[in-house]
Design a protein around this ligand. Structure first.
Ligand code: DGT
Ligand code: CA
Ligand code: CA
Ligand code: ZN
Length: 571
């Protein structure tokens, strides 16, 4: 069993204990779940290498939990968990995915109204029963109604970051197959779209039968919808569907172009071909019967008179005109970041120490990180107060001496109160290298008020960066009502940096707002929002999003070396 599956059992146990009012146990299970979920190695390997003792060396895992892990690994399930599921037959995966529905709500809904699924919940709302419950009322009902709506909209689309590692793994196994000449993951995943509907694999081979058999019997395949000679469609254990198309080597470039899309971009290209008296399809560009391009993607663009358009830009949003006029922007490149400006540690709700975060950041090639733990008004994260920040600063001074060629910057993720003031005194903020300001409360203010709140915070000369500017959680929570254009404008005017938060369920700013920022010359940064050493990998999704927003390296301040970066911040 893999870490995410083990972690899920403990997350659910935590919820069950919460329902039984066993808060201490609930917290212990929750912590264990978080550790397991983001642990750098497979827990299974740890156990097989060193048994219970090795498990207990992991933070957050004591005797009782290690024994439960042992039982899971040896038998494939946990008796306690099975018992609890019988005791509380509730669709936890579904209900917990609703924003504003936490353990306490689930408990009340189940005990008072016998709600165990999202459908049940919709029913009690329709019958007017929910708002009559004590502690609920119109407002809460409205919020839950909105969450359900939002959940339904997102159904069927998967977060890129949840899917991409496994899909790339399949892509590389296809590539290595003996009769495969080339393989590529195309579609929205190649365009680095924040969510993807399905995965589109493309293979070049002159022995398609063998490739088809290999693909449809991959261990990840849980269902085969259709299996043809050049086309198959399957369901993967990740929950997502995957297409495979097989073409000849001489068609691979045309097929790549076609299956990368998007559809509107393709239609526009095909129209250009028709205007020239040609035909463009997934096999090539043809003049009559003669193929004039098709082996590579580049030659298709070239013969159509276009500069090569990076996949992230292919949305038919004006990129074709730019390419025709040789005016495409030079997009920021992957691996070009030198720093990360939002990193949490075990001083608050991060899982790792400052040193561990530095080691991980160095490994992926960064030269600096800003430690931006939460501040005091964020109770759930045990946020730091002024004194805590000062103490952490002293620790950072010491730790900085241990690392050569790497710089730990002092920072904070401060909360913006409703009136636009911050929860940390300016005197303290002035001493920090990087101050990020965030909204973590009162998400439902009216638009004008929410906008003024953020503008006020941006005006503060100590606020360097506006973190996750719209507050959305993809498939989970809509952005708060805010006049984002005014916010971007104000950031430009005050030289405040707008964050592109790379966390897979945030990707906030999103692509169209990044374009706005780029257009008017506002500064951007790309942050992982890491809460564990594994999260630095997310930076890639942030860069993908920046490229989708047409950003160049010059637009992104953390492509600069540390000294130039620091002088680029507002003073
Ligand atoms: P998704 O899966 O919803 O996230 O989005 P895509 O872009 O991956 O779309 P998908 O999987 O339906 O199709 C993959 C690509 O195939 C798409 O980006 C462009 C191409 N394609 C699909 N349908 C058509 C079509 O009717 N005409 C043209 N020209 N291309 C199409
Ligand atoms: Ca797709
Ligand atoms: Ca598809
Ligand atoms: Zn935050």
């Amino acid at each position: 069993m893999k870490n995410p599956e083990i972690a899920k059992i403990f997350y659910h146990l935590a919820l069950f204990e919460e329902m039984k009012d066993e808060f201490f146990k609930a917290r212990a299970y929750d912590k264990a779940a978080r550790m397991i979920e983001s642990y750098g190695r497979e827990i299974k390997d740890v156990y097989e290498g060193g048994g219970l003792e090795a498990l207990q060396e992991i933070e957050g895992i004591g005797k009782a939990i290690s024994e439960k892990i042992e039982e899971i690994l040896q038998t494939g399930h946990l008796r306690l968990y099975e018992e609890r599921k019988k005791e509380f037959p509730i669709d936890l995966d579904g209900l917990t995915s609703l924003e504003g529905v936490g353990p306490k709500t689930i408990k009340t809904l189940y005990q008072k109204l016998n709600v165990s699924t999202i459908e049940d919940l919709e029913k009690v709302i329709a019958e007017g029963k929910l708002k009559k419950l004590s502690g609920f009322g119109e407002k809460k009902e409205q919020q839950i109604r909105k969450s359900i709506e939002f959940f339904k909209q997102g159904r069927g689309r998967f977060l890129l970051g949840d899917m991409l590692p496994s899909l790339r793994n399949i892509e590389s196994r296809l590539k290595r197959h003996l009769v495969v000449q080339n393989a590529m993951l195309c579609g929205s995943a190649r365009r680095m779209k924040e969510t993807i509907g399905d995965a589109d694999f493309l293979v070049a081979s002159d022995r398609p039968d063998e490739v088809m058999s290999f693909f449809t019997t991959l261990p990840e395949v849980t269902h085969v919808y259709s299996k043809g000679t050049t086309k198959s469609n399957v369901r993967l254990s990740l929950g997502i569907d995957a297409d495979l198309r097989i073409v000849g080597k001489e068609n691979f470039g045309a097929a790549m172009q076609y299956f990368t899309g998007n559809k509107d971009h393709n239609v526009a290209l095909r129209t250009m071909a028709i205007v020239r008296g040609w035909k463009l399809n997934e096999y090539g560009l043809y003049e009559g019967e003669r193929q004039i391009a098709g082996k590579s993607e580049e030659e298709i663009y070239k013969i159509l008179g276009l500069d090569y358009i990076p996949p992230e830009m292919r949305e038919n949003n004006g990129e074709i005109d730019l390419a025709a006029n040789k005016r495409l922007p030079k997009l920021i490149e992957y691996n070009s970041l030198k720093g990360d400006l939002q990193v949490q540690t075990n001083y608050t709700d991060g899982l790792n120490s400052i040193e561990e975060m530095v080691d991980a950041a160095k490994k992926i090639g960064l030269e600096y990180i800003a430690i931006t733990d939460h501040t005091k008004s964020l109770g759930v994260a045990r946020g730091l107060d002024e004194e805590g920040i000062a103490d952490q600063g002293k620790d950072i001074d010491k730790i900085n001496k241990k690392f050569e060629g790497f710089r730990i910057l002092k920072g904070a993720e401060v909360n913006i109160f409703k009136d636009g003031t911050l929860d940390i005194a300016d005197k303290t903020l002035k001493e920090l290298d990087v101050v990020g300001a965030s909204i973590h409360s009162a998400f439902d203010l009216p638009k004008e008020e929410q906008t003024r709140r953020v503008l006020e915070a941006i005006e503060n000369p100590n606020v360097d960066v506006l973190f996750h500017p719209t507050g959305r959680l993809i498939n989970q929570r809509a952005p708060y009502e805010i006049d984002i254009e005014r916010v971007i404008q104000k950031c430009r005017d005050t030289e405040t940096v707008l964050e592109i938060n790379a966390y897979p369920n945030r990707l906030d700013l999103k692509d169209e707002y990044i374009r706005k920022a780029v257009q008017i010359g506002a500064k951007l940064c790309i942050d992982s929002d890491a809460h564990s050493t594994l999260h630095f990998q997310y930076l890639e999704y942030g860069i993908g999003q920046a490229r989708r927003g047409w950003a160049t390296a010059e637009n992104v301040v953390n492509t600069l070396h540390v000294d130039r970066f620091l002088t680029s911040l507002k003073h």
